[in-house]
Design a protein around this ligand. Structure first.
Ligand code: GCU
Length: 345
């Protein structure tokens, strides 16, 4: 029943689901999921991911599914669809909202477009490191209201976060050292006003683009630079077309696990408790895998010809710090920011 590699049938199902969702119609389903509107008896949940099967997120989620299946005596399990098979993150979010897909991993930048409070955790320099970030984003007292905030408006519940690690800039034509070196370069960013402003503050011109289009974008010269973590630099093979990594360390990024709220509400208390416990184990496993995956990614990319260069990090910090003041415009955002900073050591 569990599939790690997509069959043609699964691909066809995914396409049909996407089409049905785009047309606003009901999905026919394939017996694989109860999704929204089921009887609470369980489901094999479809989870949309935009990473490869080597990525720590795939591994931790796949293990999560297996443990969940055991813990619920087969009532609930998870099929992780990697590589944007169920759509890029913006579509996946929409599909989870309408119940055609059950769960997804989406970057914080996507949620910022639904509720601006999420942008606080997408700010450069809000988190000092992965450890600090994970302490904040899985603390119910800080994030409880935020994570429930999309339930009424979008029928989406946020369950918690996986780190994206520290993000840095990489380029097609030689390393950079200061913001001035990014002048005239087209830097791909995620689809977020904040990150557009971030790229501009760093001296580049910003080009928002979906993750799955980036390899071709770098290869064809639509963009000259991107920013991400070493793990994606390696697993997406971006080092092949933009091999000059420069350690700007401008941001510790965050991915969220989201689920259709109706589906979550249908779970029995017992199954929900198992689900929550296994999700906690999943983000803990992910954080552990992250450190090793980062080291391996660096070694592999270097062996593939990439270079890793230190930059004048203080010069980047100086241009990035004003973004917090510029983008924090409400009391709720300020409260999240203050709570996040207070948790720093
Ligand atoms: C990271 C992150 C993804 C995100 C991607 C991006 O790889 O884990 O969720 O989509 O960055 O830059 O788009």
């Amino acid at each position: 029943m569990r599939t790690k590699t997509l069959t043609m049938a699964a691909l066809a199902t995914a396409t049909a689901l996407t089409l049905a969702a785009c047309g606003g119609g009901e999905t026919s389903g394939d017996g694989e999921t109860a999704a929204a509107g089921g009887d609470g008896g369980g489901a094999t949940m479809r989870l949309a991911l935009n990473q490869t099967e080597e990525h720590p997120s795939f591994i931790a989620l796949d293990n999560f599914g297996q443990r969940l299946e055991e813990a619920t005596e087969g009532r609930y399990s998870i099929n992780v669809y990697p590589n944007e098979t169920l759509g890029a993150q913006a579509e996946a979010l929409q599909l989870v909202s309408d119940g055609s897909v059950d769960m997804a991993i989406v970057s914080g930048t996507q949620l910022e477009n639904l509720n601006e409070d999420f942008l606080v955790f997408n700010l450069p320099k809000v988190f000092d490191d992965v450890e600090h970030q994970m302490r904040v984003v899985n603390d119910e007292a800080i994030v409880g209201d935020l994570y429930a905030s999309l339930e009424e408006s979008n029928n989406v519940t946020v369950l918690g976060g996986f780190t994206q690690g520290a993000r840095s800039v990489y380029t097609t034509d030689g390393p950079i050292e200061t913001p001035a070196d990014l002048a005239g370069k087209k830097l791909r960013v995620q689809e977020s006003d904040l990150h557009i402003a971030m790229a501009e503050a760093m001296g580049a011109s910003a080009t928002p683009m979906a993750f799955g289009e980036l390899y071709t974008g770098l290869q064809s010269g639509v963009v000259d630079a991107a920013e991400n973590n070493e793990v994606s630099f390696w697993t997406q093979k971006h080092y092949e077309v933009a091999p000059y990594w420069s350690y700007t360390n401008h941001l510790v990024g965050l991915d969220y696990l989201i689920i259709n709220s109706d589906l979550l509400a249908e779970m029995s208390e017992e199954d929900r408790a198992a689900f929550d416990a296994e999700w906690t184990a999943a983000y803990e496993e992910h954080t552990e895998l992250w450190a090793t995956a980062t080291e391996e990614a660096i070694a592999n990319a270097e062996a593939g010809g990439a270079t890793f260069t230190e930059v004048d990090e203080a010069a980047f910090t100086e241009v990035l710090e004003p973004l917090a003041e510029e983008f924090i415009t409400s009391e709720s955002q300020q409260a999240l920011y203050d709570a996040a900073r207070a948790a720093a050591e």
